[in-house]
Design a binder for this molecule. Structure first.
Ligand SMILES: [Zn+2]
Length: 315
């Protein structure tokens, strides 16, 4: 081998070694991934969209659980202890279970008002903000507005942007990465939204009944009309008197669909469906409500698919 060739070979080997090392050794960004805990799967899904592989995110509630009532496993206390950021829905959705966990975690970074405590409701359009004084007698109401706001894709976009900005604040070195991820999510969401809007257009003005008040933002975005709830008041189980009123109203208004969240008993919705000649549809309020619904865009694909099927005239 000539001398020059030999040097070239050595250089190629060196270069290969450098590339190999870069691939195997953890980069600085990987070494200090932000630890994110969310109260619900929807917030985790949005955080994952913008955080990508620079964060580690886990939700306390599962997607098939009622987010008002969650029993956190002890392992979550450990996660909260180590968390850099806690993202919650706010508007008192988690009032029954999250505040004690935050306190018990003893983690100063995620306490209320600390930089690592993010209330996502501040980014969203909030409906049903109560006027005047509200008491618990009116049900398990949320006096600062309806906390089920993530089911409007425009709110999803706003929350994702808010999370991207927060991640950039906590990890300025990856700021450009988070902003780029947000731009990419925004593009995919907007394209999906155009299709959803077109698919739902023929059904604008359709009347539906929902079990809980989990649907106002979705209904507003897609032009559906929620005329009644299976619950007489939020958080109060169905009563015979109220059920009869709902059936009569549905008959009068020609309402043919009852939407039920997966964690409620189907007995009352089914008897309403039978009496009113309506279909009972179990829709998903959250990512992970069923295994195949693994991200925010899939959540809408799933629910819009169910609705279109239910609205078809042959049903
Ligand atoms: Zn609620």
């Amino acid at each position: 081998m000539k001398k020059r060739q030999k040097i070239e070979c050595t250089m190629v080997a060196l270069l290969a070694w450098t590339v190999f090392c870069a691939m195997v050794a953890p980069t600085a960004a990987e070494a200090k991934k932000l630890m994110v805990v969310t109260s619900t799967t929807d917030m985790a899904a949005l955080a994952q969209e913008v955080g990508g592989d620079r964060i580690e995110v886990e939700s306390i509630a599962k997607g098939y659980q009622d987010p008002h009532f969650v029993e956190a496993k002890p392992s979550f206390l450990l996660r909260l202890r180590r968390a850099d950021l806690l993202i919650h829905v706010g508007l008192q959705l988690e009032i029954g279970w999250l505040p004690p966990l935050i306190t018990q975690s003893g983690n100063p970074r995620i306490q209320m008002g600390a930089p690592g405590n993010l209330d996502a409701s501040r980014f969203a359009e909030i409906l049903e903000i109560a006027q005047g004084t509200v008491t618990r007698a009116e049900g398990d109401v949320h006096p600062f507005g309806n906390p089920h706001y993530w089911l409007d894709p425009d709110n999803g976009r706003r929350i994702a942007r808010g999370i991207a900005n927060k991640l950039a604040d906590l990890d300025p070195g990856n700021s450009a990465f988070f902003q780029q991820r947000f731009q990419d999510f925004d593009k995919r969401l907007s394209a999906a939204e155009q299709k959803w809007d077109a698919d739902m257009k023929p059904w604008r003005g359709r009347k539906v009944v929902t079990y809980h008040r989990s649907f106002p933002n979705f209904a507003k975005h897609f032009g559906l009309d929620v005329i009644a709830y299976v619950e007489p008041r939020p958080g109060i189980p169905p009563t015979p008197g109220h059920t009869i009123e709902v059936i009569q109203l549905m008959k009068r208004e020609n309402c043919k669909v009852v939407l039920v969240e997966p964690y409620f008993d189907l007995k009352t919705p089914q008897s309403i469906g039978r009496e009113a000649g309506a279909q009972v549809v179990v829709y998903l309020p959250s990512v992970g409500g069923e295994k195949q619904v693994t991200n925010y865009i899939e959540l809408f694909n799933h629910n819009i698919g169910l609705l279109i099927k239910a609205f078809q005239p042959n049903h």
